[in-house]
Design a binder for this molecule. Sequence first.
Ligand code: CA
Length: 228
Amino acid sequence: MPKKIVVIEDEPDIIGLVTLYLEKEGYRVTAVRDGVKGFQHLRTEPPDLLILDIMLPEMDGLEICRRVRADSKTAALPIIMLTAKGEESDKIVGLELGADDYLVKPFSPKELVARVKALLRRAERREAAPDRYVYGDLVLDPVRHEVRLKGLEIVLTAKEFGLLERLLKECGRVLTRDALLDKVWGYDADVISRTVDVHIRRLREKIPLLKDRIQTVKPFGYKLKEEP
Ligand code: CA
């Protein structure tokens, strides 16, 4: 089955170029030109990947991104954002809202194809739901609830463990404090976002390997760098 990619973009030239190159790679491409219709399409026929322009008629790309992440049907959908040159702030907001990658226009179609392939690979790995996570010398085993660094067990609290598991699962992605609170502590937990910072600090202290690899993405949250 060919992978399905939706492009939400209002510029015909870019639609043409993106479609041409992606179809040449064997992907099935659907282009939608306005934000509202695009979002509806995602909900009725969730694709394998979304290429999303920011400046769109009816509903902008940032709002689409936010809604896609908030809906459990589409929450895991890989998203590449297209930003116009000079819209640096959009890029940051886009990543904060959960876009996985971005390209600044004008971009090379070959670069786009490379990013699409990388993201689809990453999504496949995530879907495979490994019975354990390996990150360099670090191994986290969710079933045995165990973390080992070079074979030696590291004792973590339940929340530290949950936080590390989430970082490993979403490796390479920016995770906001709110997203981490939601996933690790749960919606109704009576905690403040500072709590996340405290636990991240403890993880960095307990596991020296992670000291520099858990990156602070100001002012939003954290990201675990891709495995070396
Ligand atoms: Ca546009």
